[in-house]
Design a protein around this ligand. Structure first.
Ligand code: AMP
Length: 228
């Protein structure tokens, strides 16, 4: 069964892990397989920067430096998005929460809706490998599908397998110095959330050094158990 052909209870998942761990790639696979909605605060912030909104203007320099955008801005963006009707199907939170304040705000938002976080999955990787992973990644400007120079190449170079698009983009913050700062921010501010969710009894740890298909297989098993 592919998991999309039968009704299932809405579940809300948190994906934890440093930049380059594969949160975006795995979130998109879970979205397809379980019919959940991927919510990436990084994507939302990049869209706000591109649109030049007030939040985007405030976030731009912070993101370029590899630091975390203020809790108030990110929580407001996430709250608005979570209120949209499609999120009632269940969501995969990719890159949120990143601080304890955000995790507590998320619990409150879930409680307001009579829901809760069904599983928090920590993608565990070596920092040293992350810099190489990030250096090679790019995505399709048309559909957002992520690609990698070595680990995930399209069948035909320069053409997106998903949508046929030929415009590929690399993120401004995927450079060596910014990645180092993003890793520092992860360890200082986000890694404590592993204990936060462990204490709630919803934590699962996954070895994310394995290849994309193996990690996806393990994540699907965790989500299937959490839904049951
Ligand atoms: P990402 O696409 O998840 O790697 O996020 C890119 C950048 O957006 C991060 O380095 C942060 O500057 C900002 N960002 C994304 N999500 C959050 C969040 N939940 N809290 C604070 N900053 C965030």
């Amino acid at each position: 069964m592919d998991g999309t052909d039968s009704p299932q209870a809405a579940i809300h998942l948190v994906l934890l892990g440093p930049p380059g761990a594969g949160k975006g790639t795995q979130a998109r696979l879970l979205e397809e397989r379980f019919g959940l909605v991927q919510l990436s605060t990084g994507d939302m912030l990049r869209a706000a920067v591109a649109a030049g909104t007030e939040a985007g203007q405030q976030a731009k320099a912070v993101m370029e430096a590899g630091d975390l955008v203020s809790d108030a801005i990110v929580i407001a963006i996430l709250r608005d998005r979570l209120a949209a009707p499609d999120c009632a199907r269940g969501t995969i939170l990719d890159g949120f929460p990143r601080t304890t304040v955000q995790a507590e705000a998320l619990d409150a938002l879930m409680a307001e809706r009579g829901q809760r976080i069904g599983a928090a999955i920590s993608l565990e990787v070596d920092d040293a490998a992350m810099v190489a992973r990030i250096a090679g990644r790019y995505s399709c400007a048309g559909c957002g599908e992520g690609w990698h120079d070595s680990f995930k190449t399209p069948a035909k170079a320069g053409v997106c397998d998903k949508c046929g698009g030929t415009e590929m983009t690399r993120r401004a913050d995927d450079n060596a110095e910014t990645v180092e700062q993003r890793l520092r921010a992860y360890h200082a501010q986000t890694a404590p959330l592993i204990d936060y969710y462990d204490a709630k009894g919803v934590l699962a740890r996954v070895d994310a050094m394995a290849d994309i298909a193996a990690v996806s297989h393990e994540l699907s098993a965790i989500v299937t158990r959490a839904i049951a």
